[in-house]
Design a protein around this ligand. Structure first.
Ligand code: COA
Length: 348
């Protein structure tokens, strides 16, 4: 056990009751569709340029799922990858949770389909819908289930097929989004080895139209007219989101560190939601964490919403960049608006 690990108490009372159990991540996996869409490809669809997109967002390419591929298909591949890394079988998971705004259907939950297709029908399964904050909300929830003794293992998957709801007539949003899935197996460990240190979550739904899909819900069912007006696609006020994102990521990250009695010096990695390189850089500057401690893969995948953090985590594991005891700050924001950060101790 590293000194850094020893110097901080294993259990934080900030997150709830102290029980005999802690939570750790036993395996992560990811999947992205094969089709690569470059900035040059987008410039064939509408008036834009590689230079504009790279300068404003840091994105160079993204992946788009094929027409016959739904979110559950991406989930299954990511989940199998995570199970393989954790040396587990689908039946070893007690509960399947999918975070997404692009489910296979409005209902039933995509997680039900995923668990069944994996061969784990009968296990509890449900979706959470909190847009790009899906993993940030889902991780404390999964860890809390485990700490409370409700489940021994929870599979948390972040997935999006945002290409299916992108408005190809709106260059301000269509460039941003990509498809992918990231899966995480959160499992029981002892309280002394608990990896969940603290979290800070928030939401403000007073102006949902800052980032939303107007038609398709009970407020505005889809009609021929709404389809014509592209109201069944993503609508966003980019500048509004930008301002809020920087402040919320930095401020919640500071809060979770303070809650866990840690400082920015203790942070080995910030793994942020990959929405825009400028947002990430502004947020970590405000936080006072050097850029080399921030993981970024936005150039390859664009914004994959709820999938971006678990995809990043999976790539870090693949590249062997995480060491036992590393303090990670997961931080993100998204539609809602919603936001949050989680302080997590990596356990190899
Ligand atoms: N290519 C070329 N020009 C584009 C363009 C594109 N893809 N998209 C927009 N523009 C143009 C606009 O039409 C506008 O032109 P005008 O000045 O002639 O009217 C100009 O570029 C500036 O547009 P603006 O929207 O103000 O740009 P911006 O600097 O705010 O960057 C975003 C736009 C979307 C990149 C930026 O606001 C952003 O990333 N916001 C956060 C979005 C986000 O993260 N959403 C997901 C949350 S999880």
């Amino acid at each position: 056990m590293s000194n850094r690990r020893k110097s901080t108490p294993a259990i934080r009372i900030d997150n709830g009751s102290i029980g005999p159990y802690g939570a750790r991540i036993a395996g992560v996996g990811h999947y992205v569709p094969d089709r690569v869409v470059t900035n040059a490809d987008l410039a064939q669809i509408f008036k834009t340029s590689d230079e504009w997109i790279v300068t404003r967002t840091g994105m160079k390419e993204r992946r788009w799922a094929s027409p016959e591929m739904a979110s559950s298909d991406l989930c299954i591949r990511a989940a199998r990858h995570a199970l393989e890394r954790a040396n587990l079988k689908p039946g070893d998971i007690d509960c399947y949770v999918v975070a997404t705004v692009t489910p296979d259907y409005l209902f039933p939950a995509t997680a039900c389909i995923v668990a069944s297709k994996l061969g784990a029908a009968g296990k509890p399964a449900f979706d959470i819908e909190i847009a790009c904050s899906g993993f940030i909300y889902g991780l404390p929830m999964a860890a809390s289930f485990i700490r409370a003794g409700v489940f021994k293992r929870v599979m948390l998957i972040g997935v999006e097929t945002l290409s299916k709801i992108a408005n190809m007539e709106d260059r301000g949003t269509a460039i941003l989004f990509g498809d992918g899935a990231g899966a995480t197996v959160v499992e029981r460990t002892t309280a002394a080895n608990d990896c969940f240190l603290s979290c800070e979550l928030g939401a403000d739904g007073s102006e949902p139209e800052i980032l939303y899909q107007p038609a398709g819900g009970s407020r505005e069912p889809v009609t021929a007219e709404s389809i014509k007006l592209k109201r069944d696609k993503v609508h966003m006020s980019g500048r509004e989101v930008f301002k809020i994102a920087v402040a919320k990521m930095a401020d919640t990250a500071k809060t979770v560190l303070a809650r866990a009695h840690l400082t920015t010096q203790d942070v080995r990695w910030v793994i942020p939601h990959q929405a825009n390189l400028r947002i990430i850089e502004a947020a970590v500057k405000r936080l006072g964490i050097p850029r080399e401690r921030v993981f970024v893969n936005i150039e390859k995948y664009g914004n994959t919403s709820a999938a971006s953090i678990p995809i990043a985590l999976s790539e870090m594991v693949e590249a062997d960049r995480l060491k036992d005891g590393d303090l990670i700050i997961f931080t993100g924001f998204g539609g809602g608006l919603s936001w949050g950060s989680v302080a997590w101790r990596w356990s190899a």
